[in-house]
Design a protein around this ligand. Structure first.
Ligand SMILES: NC(=O)c1ccc[n+]([C@@H]2O[C@H](COP(=O)([O-])OP(=O)(O)OC[C@H]3O[C@@H](n4cnc5c(N)ncnc54)[C@H](OP(=O)(O)O)[C@@H]3O)[C@@H](O)[C@H]2O)c1
Length: 316
């Protein structure tokens, strides 16, 4: 199958494999399949991948089935999980006779894990593009995800038509694992900004300003952002259906603090935010969205928040 990308600049051809259809992986693979790419998906919990068949994707029974694909995308949780699906028993590379040409690894993982993955793949002559992303599943559906990529430039050019089907933006930042540090910095910022937004929203409310009025002003001010806008419905109406879990955010702050130690960069705000997220986890606030930082902040301020039940835009 040959498909033009939306921009008409590239083509997807040949078979594409997709490992991991969690919140992010599902929405990304869905765009690829809807865009006309020939996609075969695998997920540990098979039932989560099956709805993709309605968009033309095939659902693989076993990971080595994907080794016949030219490009395989990976979107799982941690480095340990990436290692397991790629190089573990029954993993992508477990059939010694077959391997894809290129793996595009999109999970948020460490620089060290990413380098180890590249080495593991090189042993089988498989190229690796490190391609973590910015945005949640709703952002993907709205067509506003962005990739940050590193590895051989040639691998980026091969992957580009597929990336363009999934997201309008893909930045190439250089060789090796450079994209990992960009993503780690991005998510440290995410954690710190969310905590700060929680603090000032509770402060404004305790002083008498409804959350929707406060956030409407912030969103229109120079401090407003795509992020502050799309978190506004959760903050105003207390809908904390998970987009990103506290555990995954703690992983990313830990990656940031590890990198800070490695490069000898003090990160006082990241450190404090990491411990606030730890408190949230310790209190069992783990199954809903990390934006519940707002509730923790309210409790620490002697307040019990109620939904304001005001229709507010998420800006997407
Ligand atoms: N959510 C966000 O807003 C967001 C944004 C940017 C980046 N990220 C990053 O994207 C990655 C995925 O996040 P997510 O929110 O999609 O997480 P998620 O919904 O929890 O999905 C995790 C996926 O990984 C699979 N998985 C985990 N461990 C595995 C293992 N050992 N073997 C096989 N499969 C395994 C899960 O399979 P099962 O379905 O069988 O559990 C599922 O498909 C993470 O690295 C995260 O930090 C997330």
């Amino acid at each position: 199958m040959v498909t033009r990308t939306r921009e008409g600049t590239g083509r997807t051809s040949g078979r594409t494999g997709w490992i991991g259809t969690g919140r992010m992986g599902y929405a990304m693979a869905e765009r690829l399949a809807k865009g006309g790419a020939d996609v075969t998906v695998w997920n540990r919990t098979r039932s989560k991948a099956e709805p993709l068949a309605a968009h033309g994707a095939k659902v693989a029974r076993a990971l080595p089935d994907l080794a016949a694909c030219e490009i395989v995308f990976v979107m799982v949780s941690t480095w340990d999980d990436v290692k397991e699906v790629v190089a573990g028993r029954g993993g992508l590379l477990s059939d010694k006779a077959r391997a894809p040409k290129l793996v595009v690894e999109c999970s948020s993982i460490s620089l060290e894990g990413s380098a180890e993955l590249r080495a593991l793949l090189a042993e089988r002559n498989v190229e690796c593009l490190a391609a973590p992303v910015s945005g949640n599943a709703k952002v993907i559906k709205a067509g506003r995800l962005s990739f940050v990529c590193s590895g051989p430039k040639r691998a980026f050019e091969v992957a580009r038509p597929y990336l363009e089907l999934i997201a309008p933006a893909a930045s190439y930042v250089g060789e090796g694992e450079l994209s990992r540090i960009v993503k780690i910095c991005h998510n440290v910022f995410l954690g710190v900004v969310t905590q700060s937004l929680a603090e000032i929203t509770v402060l404004a409310q305790k002083a008498g300003v409804p959350r929707h009025a406060f956030l409407e002003f912030i969103n229109q001010s120079v401090m407003g952002s795509t992020f502050s806008r799309y978190k506004t419905p959760a903050f105003v109406n207390l809908d904390f259906k998970v987009t990103f879990t506290p555990h995954l955010l703690r992983k990313d702050l830990d990656l940031g603090l590890d990198a800070g130690r490695r490069f000898e960069v003090p990160m006082p705000l990241a450190s404090l935010t990491r411990d606030i997220i730890q408190t949230m986890i310790g209190r069992g606030m783990t199954s809903e969205d990390f934006a519940q930082l707002l509730l923790l902040q309210a409790e620490a301020s002697g307040m019990k928040l109620e939904p304001e039940n005001v229709a507010v835009s998420d800006g997407l």
